[in-house]
Design a protein around this ligand. Sequence first.
Ligand SMILES: [Fe+2]
Ligand SMILES: [Fe+2]
Length: 278
Amino acid sequence: MQIRRMLTETPLARQHERVMQGRAKRKLTPIPWDAFDRARWPDAALRLALDAQQKLAMGEYLAVDLFARVASAVALHGAPIDLVAAAAAIPGDEVRHADFTLRMAALMAGKDVVVPVKKEFLTSQYSMRMTQDELDDFMIEVPAIGETLACALLKACADRATDPTVKALYANIVRDEVHHARFGWYYLAWRAPQWTQAERQRVADRMGAHVVDIERRFWKGRDAPASERKHARALGVLDSPGQRVVVRRIMEDEIVPALDAVGLGASHAWRVRRRGKA
Ligand SMILES: [Fe+2]
Ligand SMILES: [Fe+2]
């Protein structure tokens, strides 16, 4: 293995240089934790919002592990150094998100919360040391597709939330996830031109199997009883109709065209996707 200072030919390279010169620090916007008053909210709305925070906390926490392995993999597979730097910064963001969401959950519950992590999430499909193939698959499924979807969904939560604490929490997380998503797309912009025909086909097949199932996986949001819908919304809770619109829009406006652009033919997979059941 050899190391040399090589940068991608993407906007990430410019951003990396700015960071190296100490000119690009992302500032945290403080979250007004004390402003949250659980007594203001009816039970059903609070329960849905709490469930959303707990699921988010689990996802964020597991992302610490996943992205730590990605940082290791991009370093060991010789990716340009701006990609390695971007990858190495992500676990720090994810653990901050886990902390934020656990804290939010505790405020919503009115006591400390314990978030159970299902065993199936712990036995990862990726090896401890990812192969180049696994890394390619991971980058498509998690940062590129997953984080782009997450940005759209979390932004929808931030947009609808009127509670100042919840709104600031979601806005904070979205701001970081945007960078995680871009990291995925920059990786693909660098990596895709190097694929052989056979490699591209393998990646495309796997991506297709993933994409056909996305709409169905996100079909159900969190639906409050009619009398508490307004409150749930104010706590950033995304209901099923809202979630379906967000997912379809981000898939069709951004994700599918971007995957097509790197030669993966996602629009075919999207056309034949499995539909959710109403
Ligand atoms: Fe995150
Ligand atoms: Fe993330």
